[in-house]
Design a protein around this ligand. Structure first.
Ligand SMILES: Cc1cc2nc3c(=O)[nH]c(=O)nc-3n(C[C@H](O)[C@H](O)[C@H](O)COP(=O)(O)OP(=O)(O)OC[C@H]3O[C@@H](n4cnc5c(N)ncnc54)[C@H](O)[C@@H]3O)c2cc1C
Length: 390
C-alpha cells in the first residue's frame, strides 16, 4: 500500500487549484486523474470571467490559454427583445488552461498522476483509503482526501454525501468562423426549458451550445443554427452534465472534502462553474494546509472551516437558487414582456431618471406587476451571475 499525505481525486480546475493552494502552503498533494492528458477531452463553453484571472493571479499575457476578450453580453428574449450588459470575459482554450494550472501545481511541488482512475474510497477514522485502477492498480492510504471528480460525483455519492442532483445537460458545436461580436444568450421557456442557447465567438471559431432539461437539445440547436443561417463547418461536438441547483448542503465530513462540480459549485443561472469550482478548491486547500500545520498540538483548527469560509462568498447565497427557480419557471409571455420593456438597454448603464422610468414600466406592467419579489430575485441573481456565472 502506498502512502500520501493528501490525495486529490480529479485533475480539473477545482482539483488543480486545491493542489496549487496546498503546495504553496508547503503541503505537496498527489492528484489522480483518470484521463491520460489533463484538460482533455474538453467539455466546456470556455467562457471565463476576468475575475478568475485576477483571483488566481493568472497572467493575462498568457495568450496561449485564451483567444478573445468580450466586453459586452446580449440576452435575447422571445419575440427578440434584447438586453445588453457589461461583462469582461475571456474565451479560454480549456485544455491549455487546465494544463497551465497543472504545470503551476507541479512547479510548486504537487505530483500529478494521469491515466489513473480512483475506483472507490473508504473513509476510516485513521485516514482515507483509495483504490485505483490504471497502469498499476493500487491501494493508497492518505490522511485527507479532496474529491474534485466533476458533476457525475460517483465517489461523492458512495461516500453518502448528498450528490449535486439534478444534473442538466449541455451540448455544443465548435463552428468555423466568428459568428457575432458579443457573448449572446437566447432564452425561450418552451424550446430551451431551464436553460438557453449560447453563442461565444472566439478567434476564427465560435462555440455555439445549448443547456436545457429538454431531451431534444440537439434538434433545438440544429434548428437554431438554421434559423440564424449559421453555416460554418462544425469542427467539434462536446457535451456533458452540469449540476443544476448549486452547492450541495454538506461539503465536508471528517477527513474528506468535496470541491467543484462534485459539490454543485456551479452558478444556477448561467451554469458556469470554473471560477466557483476553483474558489472552492482554493479554500479547501488552504483549510487542509492550516489543519495539517496545527497537528501535533492540541487541535484548535477544524476542517469545518472549509464550509464556514466558503459560505461567505456570494455564489453560496440562497438568492442564486431562488432566482433560478423563479426565472426559469416563467412563461414566454413573461420573458418577452421583460425583453420588450428593457429592449436595447444596457442594464449596467441605466442611470437617474431612466432608471425610475424603467422600474415604473416594469412594476406597472400587468403581466409583471404580480411578481415584485420575483423581479427583485432576477435583479439580484443576475447581478451575482455576471461576476460568478462563468
Ligand atoms: C458543455 C459544457 C459547457 C460549459 N461551459 C462553461 C463555461 O463556458 N464557463 C464555465 O465557467 N463553466 C462551464 N461549464 C462548467 C464547467 O466545465 C465545470 O463547472 C468545471 O469544469 C468544473 O471543474 P471541476 O474541476 O469541478 O470538474 P471537471 O472539470 O469535470 O474535472 C473533474 C476531473 O476529474 C476526473 N475524474 C473524474 N472521476 C475520476 C476518478 N474516479 N478518478 C480520477 N479522475 C477522475 C475527470 O477526468 C476530470 O478531469 C460547462 C460545462 C459543460 C458540460
Amino acid at each position: 500500500m502506498k502512502e500520501v499525505r493528501v490525495a486529490i481525486v480529479g485533475g480539473g480546475p477545482s482539483g488543480l487549484q486545491a493542489a496549487i493552494a496546498l503546495s504553496r502552503l508547503g503541503v505537496k498533494p498527489t492528484v489522480y486523474e483518470e484521463h491520460s492528458n489533463v484538460g482533455q477531452p474538453i467539455q466546456c463553453g470556455e467562457g471565463l470571467s476576468i475575475h478568475a484571472f485576477n483571483d488566481f493571479s493568472i497572467p493575462m499575457e498568457k495568450s496561449e490559454i485564451w483567444t478573445k476578450v468580450h466586453k459586452q453580453c446580449k440576452l435575447v428574449f422571445p419575440e427578440n427583445g434584447v438586453i445588453y450588459g457589461d461583462i469582461h470575459a475571456y474565451m479560454i482554450q480549456r485544455d491549455k488552461f487546465d494544463q497551465y494550472l497543472a504545470n503551476r501545481a507541479k512547479n510548486l511541488g504537487s505530483t500529478i498522476i494521469t491515466s489513473t482512475k480512483v475506483n472507490s474510497i473508504q473513509q476510516k477514522t485513521e485516514g482515507v483509503i483509495l483504490h485505483t485502477e490504471g497502469e498499476k492498480p493500487d491501494k493508497i492510504q492518505c490522511e485527507l482526501a479532496i474529491i474534485a471528480e466533476g458533476a457525475k460525483a460517483k465517489l461523492t455519492r458512495n461516500l453518502d454525501f448528498k450528490p449535486p442532483d439534478p444534473l442538466i445537460f449541455a451540448f455544443e458545436y465548435k463552428v468555423e468562423g466568428e459568428w457575432g461580436e458579443d457573448l449572446e444568450f437566447y432564452f425561450d421557456a418552451e424550446k430551451y426549458p431551464y436553460g438557453y442557447i449560447w453563442i461565444f465567438p472566439r478567434k476564427n471559431e465560435t462555440n455555439i451550445g445549448i443547456v436545457t432539461t429538454s431531451s431534444e437539445r440537439k434538434r433545438r440547436l440544429d434548428d437554431f443554427l438554421k434559423q440564424k443561417s449559421i453555416t460554418g463547418k462544425i469542427l467539434e461536438k462536446v457535451g456533458g452534465p452540469i449540476p443544476m441547483k448549486g452547492p450541495i448542503p454538506r461539503i465536508h465530513r471528517d477527513n474528506v472534502m468535496i470541491v467543484g462540480d462534485a459539490a454543485g459549485m456551479v452558478n444556477p443561472i448561467f451554469y458556469g462553474g470554473i471560477r466557483i469550482g476553483m474558489t472552492s478548491g482554493e479554500i479547501a486547500g488552504k483549510v487542509v494546509a492550516a489543519f495539517l500545520k496545527n497537528q501535533g498540538e492540541e487541535r484548535t483548527y477544524s476542517l469545518s472551516n472549509y464550509q464556514i469560509e466558503l459560505s461567505k462568498f456570494k455564489f453560496m447565497d440562497k438568492i442564486n437558487l431562488s432566482c433560478h427557480d423563479f426565472f426559469y419557471s416563467r412563461s414566454n409571455k413573461f420573458l418577452s414582456k421583460l425583453g420588450k420593456i428593457l429592449n436595447n438597454q444596457n442594464i449596467n448603464k441605466i442611470e437617474g431618471k431612466e432608471k425610475i422610468k424603467v422600474l415604473a414600466n416594469l412594476t406597472m406592467n400587468p403581466d409583471l406587476l404580480k411578481y415584485p419579489r420575483g423581479l427583485l430575485k432576477i435583479y439580484k441573481g443576475f447581478k451575482i451571475a455576471r461576476d460568478w456565472g462563468f
